[in-house]
Structures are given as C-alpha cells and as structure tokens.
Design a protein around this ligand. Structure first.
Ligand code: PLP
Length: 226
C-alpha cells in the first residue's frame, strides 16, 4: 500500500525548497492532486492528508468518482475537453483548466447558465504536435473570446511541460508561459494570477519559473491503475 500522506509530505518539502531557492513564498503554490487512474481509497487518503484541490482528465471517469468523493474539495478538469462532454463537465467541475480553442468557448457559452465558471487557458509551450493547448501566438485571440463569453472567469494559464522532462527545455517552456501571461496581463489590463505548470517529474523546475499550481499524480498517489 502506498503511503499517500508521506508522499505528500515529501512533495511539500520539495515545493518549499524550490520556492525558497528563488525567494518565493511556498504558501502561494497550490498542490492539485491528479486522481486519474487512482482508486477511491488513495484519493481519500490524500484528502485526509490535506489535499483540497483535485483534478481529473476524463469526464467519464470523473462522473464515476466525483459523486463518491463529494464536492467539499475543489474539482478541476485538466484534460482535453470534447464539445459533446461540455454539458456534463460544467455540472461536475468547479474549474476548467483546459480551455484551448474558440469552438470550445462557444460550447461553454451555450452550456453555462447563470454564474461563471473559473477557467485557465491551456497553452502548448513545447511545440509538440500531439500536445493540446493553444499555440502561444493564438492565445490573445482565445483570451478575447473567453472574456467576451461572459460565462468564464479566467484566472490564468496552464501548460503541460515537454516530454521527456529535461531541465533546460522544461524551464524554457515554463518561462514561456510566465512571459506570455505577463504580456496578456498588459495587453488586456487584467490579472491572470494562476500559472498551472509542473507535474511529478518537473514541478520543481516549474516553481523556479513561477508556477502557482502544481498538478501531481504519481508523486502523491503512486502508480495509476491503468
Ligand atoms: C496526468 C496528468 C498530470 C499528472 O501527471 P503525473 O506525472 O502523474 O504527476 C498533470 N497534468 C495533466 C494535464 C495530466 O494529464
């Protein structure tokens, strides 16, 4: 049996050390526990150890899991969102991190009734073609559509680092996200405080480059069931 509480403690210590290295306050970094492929028992162990934010990649898996775990924790959609899953997704999730194209914004506009859905814009910073996310040069147009939608409350940017992770390339990608965020804040006169970047194998580099939310699966919960 994996010791989820101990793993989480190790992650917290690494976050602390990485933040201190660059003079940042470790408390400004949120840990999102990625629960895809993880059984209920381990998820509950994570919540008992203090996780308050969880993320799932697939609407279908979230549909099974979220009702069992409940909504006392915050649930983030972090995977590619198909248009035909939007209706379910807006009911299940508190936050959508994977807004990556204008047609998705249009579908969200149709499906969100009353109130706002918090979201991030997912950016492809690695140039890997199989990766999701808007290309950096198209991010401003997408942000404009998000702001005009009036149903989305955009809080920042998200990216998945290069694979395999490697210090120079990974840090370049994370830096690109931060610099893009800074440019968009200036251009649109808005605050985009959240930079969701860094996973089990690259979160320390992401923190050195300004990450405010690390998304960690295996590093907390151990191996996935699939
Ligand atoms: C799976 C996944 C993660 C977590 O990956 P680990 O390597 O298990 O930490 C983070 N972000 C996204 C978008 C993912 O799909």
């Amino acid at each position: 049996m994996v010791d989820v509480a101990k793993n989480l403690e190790v992650v917290r210590n690494k976050i602390y050390d990485a933040a201190r290295k660059v003079g940042r306050d470790p408390d400004e970094i949120t840990i999102l526990g990625v629960t895809k492929g993880i059984d209920i028992e381990r998820i509950v162990a994570g919540i008992n150890a203090g996780l308050k934010v969880l993320g799932e990649n697939r609407v279908q898996e979230a549909e099974q899991k979220i009702p069992q775990i409940g909504r006392d924790v915050e649930w983030h959609m972090i995977g590619y969102l198909q248009r035909n899953k939007v209706k379910k997704a807006v009911k299940l999730f508190d936050f959508i991190q994977s807004v990556d194209r204008i047609p998705l914004v249009e579908e969200l506009k149709k499906r969100i009734h009353g109130g706002n859905m918090r979201c991030l814009i997912e950016v492809n910073t690695s140039g890997e073609l199989q990766k999701h996310g808007v290309m950096p040069g198209d991010a401003a147009d997408l942000l404009r559509a998000v702001l005009e939608s009036e149903v989305l409350d955009v809080r920042g940017l998200m990216t998945v680092g290069p694979y395999p992770p490697e210090e120079t390339r990974s840090r370049e990608a994370f830096r690109m996200l931060r610099e893009l965020r800074d440019r968009l804040e200036n251009e649109f006169h808005i605050d985009l405080p959240i930079l969701s970047m860094g996973m089990s194998e690259d979160f320390e580099w992401a923190i050195l480059e300004g990450s405010t939310m690390v998304r960690i699966g295996r590093g907390i919960f151990g191996a996935r069931n699939y």
